[in-house]
Design a protein around this ligand. Structure first.
Ligand code: KIV
Length: 258
């Protein structure tokens, strides 16, 4: 099983880290066997698996239900679970309790939470102190969609400097890695050079230590993708054709055979 320490070595060696999201057993098993290094049970599952408009409605219990299924499919990749909206913002104690549940009840190895403001830093430090690895997430933070929208962050020098300082504070608080979402590539490069922990980019250019994509986007399962996603295959089309063919064969009496 890949560990958080392994990721740190890979940064030093310049080996890129491949991260993807998962929400169920079958997808997780395929991703793991295909060689993903890090599998994130991302709260984007609220949108891609549960049909919500944003990530906000998903609960910790729902996340853990999906995380348990993912865990049963994974043998190699590092398993990280997102802490969903309002499962960690109330207090460091609440955050520690939620993070602990991800490890105890779903077999996760680490948790991820959004933000690099002082309250988030205190929260990260409390969880890390309890021995739980934490991944940070700065730039576009989807749980703040009603404040930030889905716009690129860090475009002005001041905004870029704020994100850089947040990343530094998160590293000092003990995160083992940071997701940089939808920020300019030169800012991501600057952060990646400054930090000793690996950065994992999504919409942050090619100079991060690794990349993460929402698997439903990568596979063409989602109906809308963010501008920075790359669609590697169109499973919607492939599934539609398969089901249409099955329907035709049933209706024409060609399936099942005698
Ligand atoms: O929830 C998620 O899928 C994420 C990725 C975008 C990194 O946080």
């Amino acid at each position: 099983m890949i560990t958080t320490h392994q990721l740190a070595h890979w940064k030093q060696e310049g080996r890129a880290i491949v991260a993807v999201t998962a929400w169920d057993f079958a997808i997780a098993q395929i991703l793991d066997q295909a060689g993903a290094d890090l599998i994130l049970v991302g709260d984007s599952l609220a949108m891609v698996a549960l049909g919500h408009q944003t990530t906000l409605p998903v609960t910790l219990d729902e996340m853990l239900h999906h995380a348990r299924a993912v865990q049963r499919g994974v043998q190699r990749a590092l398993l990280v679970c997102d802490l969903p909206f309002l499962s960690y913002q109330e207090s460091p104690q609440q955050a520690l309790h939620s993070a602990g549940r991800a490890l105890k009840e779903a077999g996760m190895q680490a948790v991820k939470l959004e933000g690099g403001h002082p309250a988030a830093i205190e929260t990260v430090a409390r969880i890390v102190q309890a021995g739980i690895p934490v991944m940070g997430h700065v730039g576009l933070t989807p749980q703040s969609v009603h404040r930030l929208g889905y716009r690129q962050q860090g475009k002005t020098p001041e905004a870029g400097e704020r994100i850089l300082q947040e990343a530094i504070a998160l590293e000092q608080a003990g995160v083992f890695s940071i997701v940089l979402e939808h920020i300019p590539g030169d800012l991501a490069l600057q952060i990646t050079r400054k930090l000793t922990i690996p950065t994992i980019g999504i919409g942050a250019g090619p100079h991060c230590d690794g990349q993460v994509l929402v698997t439903a986007d990568l596979l063409g399962l989602s109906t809308r993708q963010p501008p920075f996603a790359r669609v590697y295959t169109n499973l919607r089309e492939i599934i539609t054709q398969a089901v249409q063919q099955y329907g035709t064969e049933v209706r024409e009496g060609r399936f099942p055979a005698e």
